[in-house]
Ligand binder design. Structure first.
Ligand SMILES: [Zn+2]
Length: 459
């Protein structure tokens, strides 16, 4: 919109506001969806134990976009996907094309994934899980290439849909997530730890059109989307897929978008059946529905955004570590070792990984922090303590899911989220103890760039 058009519109809206009790719209909002269900059968992602491709479908998978624009050039497009995780290769390609086609900058684009373990293999994510035939690899590559097109398409469609809207926000709670880091005589194992930290927050962003109709509800939860296990072979969105479908059924005309929060060390409990997934989806949807029907806290402009990529350092390793691993019996360790040895051979051993951190702030009313990787819950709890006074949503699984992001505590305790996940992600090994402080330093920088002032003494 040109400045002149903006002035005319502002004047018209002011006139309208003077004549009617309705409030002028603070934002423009657009929503869109594109189906991203893979062709059947298709290799699924998330569990190393799976031995064959999918044998059915219980739910379609979606990429959805919510475009938000203030009247002064501030904008953000939030994209959610029913996928295990987007690798950097895909996110970078999408971001480049979205920049050149729509002038949406990287800091204005959030690319998230629900971490469903009933979704397709996504190329360059968790590649160590697979030993594809040439034909299978081509299918996975073709799906990945089509996915890039579809993510660019859904952003474009959301931008075309922009229309005046009001935003509001609130928080609810559901309790099915448990801390899964079980302490045993053999160390930390994935299990159920009722004493461990959790974050049962259900943040909601509600988008209402000028006619009062509910157009979109964005909501999140910090819990692995793993109700169904590695013995399950049907494609679907797990509890987050059921939650979105249920919200859309209960609120006709509205688009429901799910954002995974810091659920790296959280699992639904109990788990294992499609009925469990449906129940958790319904529980989450009921809470979102309850909030969506109430008057929530108004969200005002401007939209401010910041994004940066930092390097997270891995603990020192040597070639000998991986020569030994390559000679061992574990096929996944062998594959990881081959990747690492190839990197050594090329003279660029993997010493660090790029790590994205982003902040999106709406006036003083709501701040979304969007982090890459499988972030454990400690990060959300600490961010909420350090930025007390800020209405905060801490999302993970955004932009790049390259491995787990343990806190210092989790790193020192060990277990899957600290060490073993690195095998399946094709990474060299645990991070250094600096991981948490490096991530928090990046978070503070992006938060400060969007106007968040940390509580005094929190540094
Ligand atoms: Zn995971």
């Amino acid at each position: 919109m040109t400045r002149r058009a903006w002035l005319v519109r502002t004047f018209a809206l002011a006139l309208l506001a003077a004549c009617s009790p309705a409030l002028a719209a603070d934002f423009q909002a657009g929503v869109a969806r594109v189906k991203i269900t893979p062709p059947q059968p298709f290799w699924m992602s998330g569990y190393a134990a799976r031995t064959h491709p999918s044998d059915g479908l219980y739910q379609d998978l979606w990429a959805k976009a919510l475009a938000l624009r203030d009247w002064d050039g501030g904008q953000v497009v939030l994209v959610t996907t029913d996928l295990i995780g987007l690798p950097r290769a895909i996110s970078d390609e999408v971001a480049d094309r979205v920049l050149s086609r729509f002038r949406i900058e990287r800091r204005q684009l959030v690319l998230s994934s629900s971490h469903t373990h009933c979704g397709p293999a996504v190329r360059k994510n968790l590649a160590v899980l697979y030993d594809f035939s040439e034909e299978e690899r081509k299918r996975v590559d073709a799906y990945g290439a089509a996915l890039v097109d579809e993510l660019v398409l859904v952003v474009g469609k959301a931008l075309e849909d922009l229309a005046p809207a009001q935003l509001s926000t609130g928080h609810g709670s559901v309790g099915f997530a448990v801390n899964r880091r079980g302490f045993t005589a053999d160390g930390v194992r994935i299990g159920v730890n009722p004493e461990g930290p959790v974050d049962h927050d259900v943040p909601v962003l509600k988008v209402v059109g000028e006619d009062g109709s509910l157009r979109a509800v964005l909501f999140g939860y910090a819990c692995h989307n793993t109700t169904l296990g590695g013995d399950f072979y049907r494609i679907g969105g797990d509890y987050a897929g059921f939650a979105q479908a249920e919200v859309e059924r209960a609120l006709p005309g509205a688009t429901a978008l799910f954002v995974m929060l810091c659920g790296g060390d959280q699992n639904p409990n109990p788990r294992g059946t499609l009925e469990h997934a449906r129940q958790y989806g319904q529980a989450l949807a009921a809470e979102v529905f309850r909030l969506a029907r109430t008057d929530l806290l108004p969200v005002r402009p401007p939209i401010r955004t910041a994004h940066e990529v930092v390097a997270l350092e891995f603990a020192p390793h040597t070639r000998a570590t991986f020569e030994q691993e390559a000679a061992g019996a574990d096929v996944f360790r062998q594959r990881r070792a081959r990747l690492m040895l190839a990197a050594y051979d090329e003279g660029r051993p993997v010493r660090e990984t790029p790590y994205p951190a982003q902040a999106v702030r709406f006036g003083r009313d709501l701040t979304l922090l969007a982090l890459g990787g499988e972030v454990v819950v400690d990060y959300a709890l600490r961010a909420k303590r350090e930025l007390a006074g800020e209405n905060l949503v801490v999302a993970a699984y955004c932009h790049d899911v390259m491995c787990y992001i343990p806190s210092r505590r989790v790193l020192l305790e060990g277990g899957y989220e600290a060490v073993d996940n690195m095998i399946y992600y094709g990474q060299p090994g645990p991070f250094t103890e600096a991981v948490e402080e490096t991530v928090f330093a990046a978070l503070r920088r992006v938060a400060e760039r969007v106007g968040v002032v940390p509580a005094s003494g929190s540094h």
